[in-house]
Design a binder for this molecule. Structure first.
Ligand SMILES: [Zn+2]
Length: 149
């Protein structure tokens, strides 16, 4: 089965258009398609403003976005439980790239901070995450020291 992916502008591109205050022919065409997908032919006569598309993208995401509340709670609870009843686990040392590249763009992080999906998937608990952060800082410090020596 092949599903043709609908061509549309990303949030980033839309924000870019807003920031520039202008759009290219191609962008305008894509915006038209997005408006049509959203509103059918009713989009005729509508103000084709990127802001509306951004809002629509946002609403759509809120609708389909998985509710992580339970997962976050379970993850945080485990740390508390294990404070009283420690569990042996192997420390991991994943590369720095596992963390949301742009924390501001991680919806999970906006909602759950240091319990965001990227962190939960890689660390047993917040203490584990903090240890890792510190070890990464040490690595960085060592590298810098090596460079200046
Ligand atoms: Zn994240």
């Amino acid at each position: 089965m092949t599903t043709k992916r609908k061509k549309c502008l990303t949030e980033f591109q839309l924000k870019n258009i807003l920031a520039r205050g202008s759009a290219t022919e191609e962008e305008i065409e894509l915006m038209r398609e997005m408006f049509q997908a959203l509103h059918g032919v009713n989009y005729f006569g509508m103000c084709l403003h990127p802001q509306w598309l951004l809002k629509a993208l946002d609403d759509e995401r809120d609708g389909i976005e998985e509710d992580e509340t339970e997962e976050v709670k379970a993850w945080l609870d485990r740390e508390i439980a294990e404070e009283f009843d420690p569990v042996e686990y192997a420390k991991t040392n994943p590369p720095i790239t596992i963390i949301c590249e742009e924390p501001d763009n991680c919806r999970s992080r906006q909602k759950h901070g240091n319990a965001c999906r990227c962190i939960r998937e890689n660390f047993r608990n917040q203490a584990d995450f903090k240890d890792w952060q510190e070890s990464k800082l040490r690595e960085l410090k060592d590298t810098i020291t090596e460079l200046i020596n």
